[in-house]
Design a protein around this ligand. Structure first.
Ligand code: NAG
Ligand code: NAG
Ligand code: NAG
Ligand code: NAG
Ligand code: NAG
Ligand code: NAG
Ligand code: NAG
Length: 503
């Protein structure tokens, strides 16, 4: 049961705690592509509906969910996908063209080589020009403010006067923007994994990186505390673990390793190692042990574990040539284009020169060692030429909202640190968004908020259900299951990560 999406980021969800769908014959109308004029035509928003199991009398209306990215498919997220939004956001003519353009190892870390920034700048110019020439007509409308307007249409279609919404990662930017544009329509809005809105709307995410290195430090500290039995990358001090990790980074930079697996092959170098580390930080409780194993093998010259766990992407095959039992990759796998369309459309025009970008990176790497991945956002936006006049571009200041937002900010979040969480009631939590590290505590507060409108006291702290390095003692079957699940999670995050550095 799927309808349509401007930005492929939106889904309506009925949480199982919330109630039933009253009308299964729900009809969907399209939304205007341009809210100022009907001349631009329509967009159709893809929505997956996840029905509630509770009684009709308990039903409190739908909760919209946005899983982040931007450009992550809300429909896929709900695993109820049938179709996707139109127009399809892309400046490529085919999946093959896209696959040939996106670097096979993902965006290079900007300190991988001396000319990385200059080369990425030039690529950004090509991409920006393609986007403008091939798709400007509708791309200019693919923005967060229009997605917020789409949400109003969705609410209206469901007869809801106020928004009930759970925004994860980039979804927090959408929720905050909604609150700024429609303060009177805020019903229950959860901002989970807080993006700094000024940073977002200026294509300068440096401030977002503030905690990334702290999260990596948690890996070293947790590994040391866990001991050799539970952390394969163990060393006799956390400083030694960090030093060993730095040595590995230096080593693969000069001596990348060949890797061949049953489904793919690559050269495992610095960029892939940085991406693996970054992916693991998303969901430390399920991925740190796996990372430790991968690093330990890498130190022995074997890259296959870390590669398959975090960054492996099967090589692209044209559907017609493929003799695979799995269905061909659909054209809707346009997370790459959707991400940069939304991010660069939203942001003030950057237009940086190579030397300005070098200066930008120089400053950013003082904040985080992961600036080599993050600063790519600004580099890509420096080539972007599509900007709709009159679009909302901040500042996001939601005075007098009709109901307080619930902010799930994370104490050590590699991606959206707590400094962005300045809006309302705060729930401190370890990890990037509550969905990356399940916590009965967080979900309990979310339920209370949605059902009764109850806010936790400011500064309430929750912890994830599992420790960073779960003990394997006496529980080999459970740990075996965890490894398998972790491996899948690592791959899924890594695959998305590698195509785009998204959140
Ligand atoms: C980007 O943001 C950082 C941190 O807020 C700031 O120090 C820096 O001056 C900004 N850079 C630009 C080019 O705006
Ligand atoms: C690398 O490690 C994996 C997992 O332990 C193993 O299956 C594989 O054979 C090793 N590869 C090489 C070349 O030693
Ligand atoms: C695909 O591969 C299988 C197994 O190798 C083979 O039996 C089959 O004929 C192939 N199909 C096509 C359409 O090439
Ligand atoms: C971008 O910068 C170039 C070079 O400084 C300039 O020629 C161009 O007009 C600028 N474009 C915009 C949109 O500001
Ligand atoms: C917010 O509401 C208060 C009380 O109703 C009012 O005095 C104030 O002017 C409002 N502020 C804004 C920015 O609308
Ligand atoms: C909502 O409030 C009612 C009445 O106080 C209580 O019985 C119920 O457990 C609360 N529900 C949640 C999910 O907190
Ligand atoms: C073993 O794993 C199960 C399932 O994850 C868990 O319920 C149980 O507490 C674990 N036991 C020990 C000793 O860790």
């Amino acid at each position: 049961m799927v309808f349509s999406t401007r930005s492929l980021v939106l889904s309506a969800v009925w949480l199982s705690t919330m109630g039933v769908i009253a009308d299964s014959n729900f009809n969907w109308d399209t939304v205007p592509l341009d809210y100022d004029s009907s001349a631009a035509g329509n967009a159709a928003i893809a929505i997956a509906r996840y029905p509630s199991r509770s009684s009709k009398s308990d039903y409190l209306g739908p909760i919209l969910l946005n899983p982040g990215g931007p450009g992550g498919s809300g429909v896929d997220y709900c695993r109820r996908s049938v179709s996707y939004s139109t127009p399809t956001v892309s400046w490529f003519k085919s999946d093959a063209e896209r696959a040939l353009w996106i670097p096979s190892s993902g965006y290079p870390a900007l300190d991988e080589s001396v000319n990385a920034i200059a080369e990425q700048w030039a690529r950004a110019q090509v991409q920006g020009q393609l986007a403008e020439e091939r798709a400007k007509g509708y791309l200019q409308y693919i923005t967060t403010d229009n997605t917020a307007r789409d949400m109003v249409r969705i609410m209206e279609a469901f007869g809801q006067e106020k928004l009930q919404y759970w925004g994860i990662s980039y979804g927090s930017a959408l929720g905050a923007t909604f609150a700024a544009l429609f303060p009177n329509k805020v019903g229950r809005v959860v901002i989970d994994g807080v993006l700094d809105m000024d940073a977002w709307y200026s294509a300068n995410l440096t401030v977002q990186e503030a905690d990334t290195d702290k999260a990596l430090q948690m890996f070293a500290d947790g590994c040391f505390a866990a001991g050799l039995n539970d952390c394969a990358f163990y060393a006799p001090s956390s400083a030694q673990i960090t030093a060993n990790l730095q040595a590995l980074l230096a080593s693969v930079k000069t001596n990348p390793l060949p890797v061949i697996t049953p489904i793919s092959y690559d050269v495992f170098g610095y960029t892939l190692l940085k991406n693996s580390l970054f992916s693991s930080l998303y969901s430390a409780t399920s991925l740190f042990q796996l990372l430790a194993e991968g690093l330990a093998n890498l130190a022995k010259g074997n890259a296959s574990t870390i590669y398959t766990s975090f960054v492996e992407v099967p090589p692209f095959e044209c559907p017609a040539d493929s003799n695979s039992t799995s269905p061909p990759m659909p054209f809707h796998d346009n997370a790459f284009e959707a991400l940069f369309s939304i991010a660069c459309n939203d942001a003030s025009a950057v237009n940086d020169t190579v030397s300005e970008l070098q200066q930008f990176y120089f400053e950013a790497q003082k904040v985080s060692s992961f600036a080599d991945l993050w600063a790519n956002w600004r580099v890509v936006c420096s080539g972007w030429k599509v900007h709709r006049p009159g679009r909302f571009s901040g500042p996001v200041r939601a005075a007098n909202i009709s109901f307080p937002l619930l902010v799930v900010g994370n104490t050590v979040d590699p991606v959206t640190p707590i400094s962005g969480a300045s809006i309302r009631s705060k729930l401190n939590f370890l990890q990037h968004t509550s969905v990356n590290a399940p916590s009965t505590c967080v979900f309990g507060y979310l339920r209370e908020y949605f059902v009764n409108g109850t806010l936790p006291e400011v500064g309430t702290v929750c912890t994830p259900n599992s420790p960073l390095f779960p003990s394997s003692e006496g529980n080999s079957t459970a740990s075996g299951r965890r490894d398998l699940k972790s491996s899948e999670a690592g791959r899924a995050i890594g695959a998305a990560q590698r195509r785009v550095t998204g959140y």
